[in-house]
Design a protein around this ligand. Sequence first.
Ligand SMILES: Nc1ncnc2c1ncn2[C@@H]1O[C@H](COP(=O)(O)OP(=O)(O)O)[C@@H](O)[C@H]1O
Ligand SMILES: [Mg+2]
Length: 233
Amino acid sequence: MKFRIEKLAAGYTPGSQTIHGISIEIDQGETLCLLGRNGVGKTTSLKAIMGLMPYTEGSIYLDGERISGIPTERIASAGIGYVPQGRRLFNELTVRENLEIGAHARRHHRVDYEKILGLFPRLEGRLGQISGTLSGGEQQMLAMARALCLEPEILLLDEPTEGLMPTMVQAIAQFVQQSMAMGVSVIMVEQRLDMVKMVASRICLMDDGTIVKTLSIEELPSNMETIHRTLSV
Ligand SMILES: Nc1ncnc2c1ncn2[C@@H]1O[C@H](COP(=O)(O)OP(=O)(O)O)[C@@H](O)[C@H]1O
Ligand SMILES: [Mg+2]
C-alpha cells in the first residue's frame, strides 16, 4: 500500500484557497499526525482528501491509482475511511444500524462483528442502544468502528480525543495502535501531545493552510519549541 498526496489545494469559494500545496506520503501501518492551531486548515485537508471540497486541485494516489476528482463514495470504497470532527453518527439509530450503514458502502455489505467487538469491547452489549444515548467516548468508538466496517487501507481521524476523559483517550490510542498493527495507515488531526507521542510515527505541523514542517517522532523532543510556537495563539 502506498498513499500519496501531491500539491493538494482547496477552497470553499472559487478563487480563494484555504489550503495550498499540501504534499504527504504515507507508508502502510504508519500514523501521521497533523498539528496546528484552530483554523489553519486541518479539517479542510481531510475534507479535500475525501472529495468533499467544492474547489480542489492537486492529485491523490492510492496504490498508484488516482483517486482525486472522483465522487466521495468512490473514494471511500477505494479504501479511505473518514471519521469527521464531532463524529457525525446517526443519533436516532442504534449502534447496530450505524455499523450496518458503515458496511453498506463496501461490496460485501457484512459487518464483521467479531472483529469490531474485539476492538471495541465497550460496544458489546450495546448493539441495540440508540447511539445518541452513548457517552462521548463510546460515540467516538462507534464512529471509528463504523469507518472500520469499510475495511479501509487509510483512516482519516479528525480530533478523535476532543472533549474525552483520559481513560477514553487511552482506549482510542490503543485502537490506533491496533489499526497500525493490522496494516491500516492513519492520518490523524490531534491537538493532544500525549496522544501524538503514543501513536505517531511522523508529525506535520500546519500553519496558514500549508505544512510548514514534517518531523519524525524521534525529532519531537528537540523541536518542542517550534511545536509550541506553532500551536500557540
Ligand atoms: N464551510 C466553510 N465555508 C467557508 N469557510 C470555511 C468553512 N469551513 C471552514 N472554513 C474556514 O476555513 C479555514 C480552515 O478551517 P478548518 O479546516 O476547519 O481549520 P482547522 O480544522 O485547522 O481548525 C478557517 O478560516 C475556517 O473559517
Ligand atoms: Mg478542525
